[in-house]
Design a protein around this ligand. Structure first.
Ligand code: PBG
Ligand code: ZN
Length: 330
């Protein structure tokens, strides 16, 4: 019997890295453009496209322009889109969110007419539509869970009826998935998926999104409904509950700082996991790249492969087109 110390010199992990093609041969993780989902900010009207100061190269656009961009993304192999609506007028009850002829139902119809094969997901929340910028109805300074639920259900119904393939509740109200699933079923809609923002943290990384959507809360913060970033086990419980309530896909959000939870969710649940690489992740990379401090393309590949390696099936990112272009050029 040889001593372990005799065998040791012959073990060389570096053999597995010795050439590009050997590295390709043993690579554990891969992903395709079809794993990417592109978020789109929609404004009402026609022919308008607006800059978002804290998200260079991302724009708010009217649906006629969004349609063209969906076409271009489809050509790159991106097959799914996550729509956010920014209404002309906001009010106390966020009525624009559940208006059958609101910005999102109209956009869904326009996009689906041109590209029926595009998988359209619609974010379901009130914060883009309320004056106060909170994700639910405010009663006596408190974000009221149960009066918000029927409004979220109405919004989900309006989007499903307009042709959305997926509705994506993001308000972090308890019972939102159940309320929406029941409302859809009572309306005879059985095929619409629910992708729940199950474990969504109260994150400083949403800042640029709130500029884009004009949804910064006018008072307080979102810490009474979005999760505390110190809690990982609680994230698992949130996902468990959403599964019991009828979610088809669950999400971890943000992605970059929360890879431990993507990984745990993947190990625990046999259901597609989405990871949302949020606006602040986009802007951090963009800002550093803009200054020449990092190589944008290399960082993007590292980020996306890491999210995939952690266990996400769906990767939601504002960089989807760029990543698809890099994949294509490889
Ligand atoms: C709305 C919503 C937010 C995001 C997705 N849906 C903002 C928030 O909770 O303030 C953030 C996305 C991003 O930062 O890219 N509930
Ligand atoms: Zn919200």
């Amino acid at each position: 019997m040889k001593e372990e110390s005799d065998i040791f010199p012959y073990i060389r992990e570096r053999r597995l890295r010795s050439s590009k093609n050997i590295r390709e041969l043993v690579a554990e993780t891969s992903f395709k453009a079809s794993n990417l989902m592109l978020p789109i900010f929609i404004i009402s009207g026609e022919g308008k496209s607006q800059e978002i100061q804290s998200m260079p190269e991302i724009r708010r656009e009217t649906s006629d322009i969004a349609v063209d961009n969906v076409g271009k993304a489809l050509d790159l192999g991106i097959k799914s889109f996550l729509l956010f609506g920014i209404p002309d007028a906001k009010d106390e009850l966020g009525t624009g969110a559940y208006d059958k002829n609101g910005v999102i139902p109209l956009a869904i119809r326009i996009i689906k007419k041109e590209y029926p094969e595009a998988v359209i997901a619609a974010d379901v929340c009130l914060c883009e539509y309320t004056i106060h910028g909170h994700c639910g109805i405010v009663k006596g300074g408190i974000i009221d869970n149960d009066t918000t639920l029927p409004l979220l259900s109405e919004a989900a119904l309006a989007y499903a009826r307009a042709g959305a393939d997926i509705v994506a509740p993001s308000s972090m109200m308890d019972g939102q998935v159940k309320a929406i699933r029941i409302a859809l079923n009572e309306a005879g809609i059985n095929d619409t998926l629910i992708m729940s923002y199950s474990s969504k943290f109260a994150s400083a990384l949403y800042g640029p999104f709130r500029e884009a959507a004009g949804s910064r809360p006018t008072f307080g913060d979102r810490k009474t409904y979005q999760m505390d970033y110190r809690n990982g086990r609680q994230a698992i419980r949130e996902i468990e509950l959403d599964l019991r309530e009828g979610a088809d896909v669950v999400m971890v959000k943000p992605a970059m700082f929360y890879m431990d939870l993507i990984s745990k969710a993947k190990d625990r649940f046999n259901i597609p996991i989405a990871a949302y690489s949020v606006s602040g992740e986009y802007s951090m990379i963009k800002g550093a790249a803009f200054n020449g401090w990092i190589n944008e393309n290399d960082v993007l590949m590292e980020l996306v492969y890491s999210i995939k390696r952690a266990g996400a099936d769906i990767i939601i990112t504002y960089y989807s087109e760029k990543i698809a272009e890099i994949l294509r050029s490889k």
